[in-house]
Design a protein around this ligand. Structure first.
Ligand code: GTP
Ligand code: ZN
Length: 344
């Protein structure tokens, strides 16, 4: 027999009735404690809502892509300030260990870059600068770790062909698009429709150029290193941009998140096992590894060596995996150094 207390015995406060009227919001930008949100039914011309965090959220961070509950003045009128009282459960969490700011301990900590992303668009130019597969591999690890689908976006296809890069990823079912200055972006728009896509890429690969073509209203600065936005501080934070409507379709065109400050993904927070998931072409081989194999080059009888020798994967992929393993170890050291009472 089930014993269940009557409804009336539940403490009222558990349902937080004071926030029953919270409206749903989607965080599109974060800047110095102010969160820019849009309401789900609002269109591109509706005013955005500026909000601050309610104290009851404690230390939980609110990031671009978060779906939140808003109370207070959600009119978006000049000077109006709403409060974020709820952060919805995240569908995905794209993290990095910030390895691009080694000057401060905070700079080396793990942080959430974007919440609820569906897709990571890895922007790499085919020439000027040449493609860096090490960077792409790193992004793939971050994507698989975050349960976000990767999409390889190869720019400057007018300057060089994609054969070498695509050959390197031949064993992976890695979707890709080619972009040149005059290319039709219909195919890319179709891959972005209805989803939240995060764009990452090195400086100079043409990411701003592409973002401007996809979202002309965004007006991202081209050919300048991180000098976008209204102020110094907005230039390095992620911002979600609404894609324009797809002609002849009433589907949601989706959102792209530009990440000007993210030059790479530090992976110190990713376990060695998860790191391997960025290399689906190698995973199968490790079933034959000795117990507790670390898969490093000096590991005896690591099955990855035989796998590559038998031609089942590209040796450069194994080298890349091992480089990441090693650099991850380095990143872990960096984090330990950051803590004078180092526990690890
Ligand atoms: N040939 C060619 N040049 C391109 C293409 N896309 C962008 N460029 C040029 O590449 C340079 C860098 O482009 P950006 O869009 O500023 O590159 P970015 O990745 O945003 O780099 P940052 O602004 O430094 O973050 C610019 O001079 C662009 O005009 C392309 O498809 N083909
Ligand atoms: Zn091994």
């Amino acid at each position: 027999m089930r014993v269940r207390p009557g409804r009336s015995s539940r403490p009222r406060t558990r349902t937080r009735p004071q926030h029953a009227d919270a409206v749903d919001g989607f965080v599109v930008a974060v800047d110095r404690g102010r969160y820019t949100c849009v309401l789900p039914d609002d269109g591109p011309d509706d005013p955005v809502v500026t909000a601050m965090r309610a104290r009851e959220l404690g230390r939980r961070s609110v990031v671009v892509g978060d779906r939140v509950g808003l109370v207070g003045d959600t009119t978006g009128a000049d000077g109006a300030l709403a409060r974020i009282v709820r952060i919805d459960e995240r569908r995905s969490v794209l993290r990095r260990t910030a390895d691009d700011d080694e000057t401060t301990p905070e700079g080396r900590l793990e942080r959430v870059v974007v919440a609820n992303a569906d897709q990571l668009v890895i922007v790499s130019s085919l020439s000027d600068p040449p493609p860096r597969t090490g960077f792409i591999d790193r992004c793939l690890v971050a994507a698989y770790d975050a349960d976000v689908e990767p999409l390889l976006c190869l720019t400057k296809a007018d300057l060089a062909g994609p054969e070498a890069v695509l050959g390197y990823y031949a064993e992976l079912d890695l979707p890709h698009v080619l972009v040149r200055p005059d290319s039709d972006l219909t195919g890319l728009r179709a891959l972005l429709a209805g989803r939240i896509s995060v764009m990452v890429g090195h400086s100079g690969v043409g990411k701003s150029t592409l973002v401007n073509r996809l979202v002309p209203a965004a007006d991202r600065a081209v050919g300048t290193v991180s000098a976008i936005g209204r102020g110094r501080h907005t230039s390095t934070s992620a911002v979600a941009l609404r894609l324009p409507p797809v002609p002849d379709a009433d589907t949601d065109p989706g959102w792209i998140v530009d990440t000007p400050g993210v030059r790479s993904f530090g992976l110190a927070h990713v376990s060695a096992e998860s790191l391997l998931h960025g290399f689906p072409d190698l995973v199968e081989a490790t079933a034959d590894c000795p117990a507790n194999c670390e898969h490093t080059a000096d590991q005896e009888n690591c099955a990855l060596d035989a796998w590559v020798a038998a031609g089942k994967a590209d040796p450069r992929r194994l080298a890349s995996y091992r480089r990441l393993l090693a650099s991850r170890a380095g990143e872990t050291d960096v984090r330990t150094e950051a803590d004078p009472h180092g526990t690890a």
